[in-house]
Design a protein around this ligand. Structure first.
Ligand code: FAD
Ligand code: NAP
Length: 341
């Protein structure tokens, strides 16, 4: 049996986009499923607390991580099936999501072009059912394979078993840190149906002079919008949207609308009303606010930022202050999207 490549007291600064310099008591990068299976059969490690880490773009560390941090870093894209309409790809969890999207765009496999430039790994994508511009990974998802961190067994999860919902799956709560997702199988389309009626895609395509968009053009438009609006984590620490958009009952919405007639909203498929959390936060005066080295982004109020030496606990405290202020003003409790440790 090979010695497991576990190191001690490892800084997680290069492994999280908020730029928090916390330490892992023990750290291992998993490049092959076999290494994780070996780990799970080793008495020294099998009962230790474990934290699974992908690209660290949806996590706020507020303290050092005791036990073992398992960084999923396996690679590979395999075509597993094909018919006249579709192509099935099995992607290793450690692959970079955006690089995989670009691979599909180049091959003209449609379905995930709206999900361009989302940071992180393929393996974490089902975790919160990543979504943007009216598309979610659940729309192309077939199944995933995951290793149990309880007994080391390999389990296949079907679409239904993942219990996907808005920025949610079974792995975000019930099975959090219990299964390491090792690969994901997606079904892409050779004959695309485009989604361009969401957010600023249509107007951006027009500005780019494109009247008949293809997969590449939509990906380019999404990248352009995101680069103009969102802070680049390499420049300003952040983890994207800190809160989910609240989806509320129409009666509750009508009550809020009576006192705030200009409130933006979208009707959802499950007969609820979605309100952009960014608008609620902006109405409470937080947009662009900076306290020391932490704050709220000046172009997108949903994004909390670390300008340099901010600490996780400070960002968490700011998020709670935002939650309380929004609750006092609108009677709505914002739910966090970012994972906190
Ligand atoms: P990590 O941050 O490493 O982990 C996130 C969670 O998943 C943790 O709880 C971790 O334990 C768990 N996890 C990670 N890998 C695995 C695995 N292999 N098996 C089991 N559990 C695992 N999200 C969107 O949905 N839509 C967006 O448009 C979007 N835009 C963003 C823009 C910016 C600038 C940033 C910084 C973030 C954005 N995000 C967005 C959030 C984030 O990119 C996604 O949630 C992404 O899928 C996280 O991937 P990751 O590998 O970085 O996960
Ligand atoms: P935007 O286009 O300014 O829109 C604001 C909000 O309104 C979005 O949150 C979006 O909800 C909703 N919305 C816009 N058009 C809609 C439509 N036609 N139907 C239903 N809802 C609509 O948003 P943005 O901040 O620039 O982000 C663009 C997209 O990227 C959004 O889908 C957003 O979720 C995604 N994004 C996600 C993250 C993250 O970390 N999770 C970070 C950045 C961007 P939804 O958010 O529910 O789509």
């Amino acid at each position: 049996m090979n010695t497991l490549p576990i190191t001690q007291n490892v800084s997680l600064l290069p492994y999280n986009t908020f730029g928090m310099d916390v330490h892992a008591e023990n750290f291992i990068a998993i490049k092959e499923a076999a290494t994780l299976s070996q780990l799970m059969s080793d008495p020294q490690w099998q009962h230790m607390s474990k934290f699974i880490l992908g690209g660290g773009s949806n996590i706020l560390f507020t303290k050092d991580v005791p036990g073992l941090v398992i960084h999923i870093n396996n690679r590979g894209i395999e075509q597993v099936a094909e018919d006249a309409q579709h192509i099935w790809l099995k992607i290793a969890a450690g692959e970079n999501w955006h690089q995989f999207v670009l691979h599909c765009v180049t091959q003209e496999y449609a379905g995930i072009e709206n999900l361009s430039l989302i940071p992180g790994t393929v393996g974490a994508a089902p975790m919160q059912n990543i979504g943007a511009y009216g598309v979610e990974i659940k729309d192309v998802f077939i199944e995933l394979e995951a290793i149990s961190l309880t007994d080391g067994s390999l389990r296949t999860f079907s679409h239904k078993e993942c219990e996907f919902a808005y920025r949610h799956s079974i792995f975000k709560q019930q099975y959090k840190n219990q299964y390491a997702i090792m690969n994901v199988t997606l079904r892409l389309n050779k004959h695309p149906h485009f989604h361009i009626d969401y957010g600023a895609i249509q107007t951006t395509l027009e500005l780019m002079g494109i009247d008949k968009p293809n997969i590449q053009a939509i990906s380019d438009a999404v990248i352009k919008i995101r680069q103009e609006k969102l802070p680049d984590p390499k420049v300003i620490g952040n983890a994207g949207s800190f809160f989910k958009n609240p989806e509320i009952h129409p009666d509750k919405f009508n009550t809020i609308q009576n006192t705030h007639p200009d409130i933006p909203f979208y009707k959802t498929q499950n007969n609820l009303v979605k309100i952009p959390a960014a608008w609620l936060i902006e109405q409470c005066g937080f947009k662009g606010k900076r306290v020391g080295d932490i704050g709220v982004h000046d172009r997108q109020a949903l994004v909390l930022v670390n300008h340099g030496s901010g600490e996780g606990a400070q960002i968490k405290a700011l998020s709670e202050q935002i939650q309380k202020t929004v609750a006092d003003k609108f009677g709505l409790m914002l739910e966090r999207e970012v994972n906190i440790f």
